[in-house]
Design a protein. Structure first.
Length: 184
């Protein structure tokens, strides 16, 4: 399993693994996953929450209190709320997006899904993600979980990493290939 050497090798991975182990032991993986999706959505839509989690000027106590209030407003489960408090007290809120991403990978592995890392120049809508998930699932012959990221530097198109396979259909790569061909 990848978790022993890969995910757990980083600080965020150790936090994600600890939360996953706790959620698994309490049979709360689905509720913690949903709560973390709510936190992730809030981080993407709220500049105030992003500032709270990334600013060194916010004290650990203030961050913990603000996150407790946010957890209540979002209706997060107790395990996730308590975990956010621990992360805030330990001064690791900057790691929160990566912790959430890695927890999602651990939960997908637990469900027997393969995680595809998808990078696009702009966010994919739900229809595009569903079609991509279906196509990749057909190709892999297994259920697929999508770990979507946005990287404007690829200019357009998409880059998919599924296990050891990589499909690079980005405009940046096509332009680089064209430039190389024109030189030669």
């Amino acid at each position: 399993m990848e978790t022993s050497g890969g995910i757990r090798a980083s600080l965020a991975g150790r936090y994600a693994s600890a939360l996953f182990d706790l959620a698994r032991d309490e049979r709360q993986i689905d509720s913690v996953s949903s709560s973390l999706r709510l936190v992730q959505d809030a981080l993407q839509t709220s500049p105030e929450l992003r500032t709270l989690t990334s600013s060194p000027l916010v004290s650990r106590d203030d961050a913990g209190k603000a996150l407790a209030a946010t957890a209540g407003a979002l209706g997060l489960d107790t395990t996730t709320s308590n975990f956010l408090g621990v992360v805030a007290r330990n001064g690791r809120l900057r790691q929160l997006p990566e912790i959430i991403r890695l927890f999602g990978r651990l939960a997908a592995e637990h469900r027997g899904e393969v995680t595809a890392e998808v990078t696009s120049a702009r966010p994919l809508d739900d229809g595009q993600l569903a079609a991509l998930k279906a196509n990749l699932g057909q190709r892999a012959g297994r259920d697929i979980a999508i770990d979507a990221r946005v990287d404007p530097s690829i200019l357009g198109g998409i880059v998919v990493r599924l296990g050891s396979q990589m499909i690079d259909a980005s405009i940046r790569t096509k332009l680089n290939t064209l430039a190389t061909a024109m030189k030669g």
